[in-house]
Design a protein around this ligand. Structure first.
Ligand SMILES: [Zn+2]
Length: 148
């Protein structure tokens, strides 16, 4: 029986299993070799977004953004900072709602940037509007119970 936490590779979509004790050891995807939780914000496509939000055992915070949105672009470095602070226990990713409007519709996004926190197929919380890194980090820690 396979054990460990399920983490969808945000590059290729393969579901990997990582023992909890190895989360901080720089685990890589068994298929493509990408780091699974290195604190880098990755751009998702709709298929990987759907898989990761349904499957992942560690929290995934998704930034629904668009290139035309000034506040979204302003928040990007803050979002990256929060991703670094929350690695390896949680992951942050983004999806371009201009390229993928159906995704915004499916998740009922009314304004961007919008942040939604997912874990094991559940939505743990929403955060609307551009936020500083500390606020993003605190939101994930509180909503998903991620310790420092
Ligand atoms: Zn991969």
């Amino acid at each position: 029986m396979a054990e460990g936490l399920k983490l969808t590779c945000l590059e290729c979509g393969t579901v990997n299993r990582v023992p909890e004790a190895k989360l901080g050891a720089g685990p890589k995807c068994g298929t493509c070799g990408a780091r699974l939780n290195d604190g880098k914000v990755r751009a998702l496509d709709p298929a990987i977004l759907q898989k990761a939000t349904k499957t992942d055992d560690i929290p995934l915070l998704v930034d629904f953004w668009a290139p035309w949105c000034g506040p979204c672009r302003m928040m990007a470095p803050e979002f990256q900072k929060a991703a670094q602070a929350l690695a390896p226990k949680a992951r942050l990713a983004k999806i371009d709602t201009q390229d993928h409007p159906q995704v915004a519709q499916r998740h009922d996004i009314r304004g961007i940037p919008a942040l939604i926190l997912f874990q094991r197929g559940r939505t743990l919380g929403h955060l609307a509007g551009a936020r500083p890194a500390a606020e993003i980090e605190a939101f994930v820690r509180k909503s998903a119970g991620v310790s420092a």
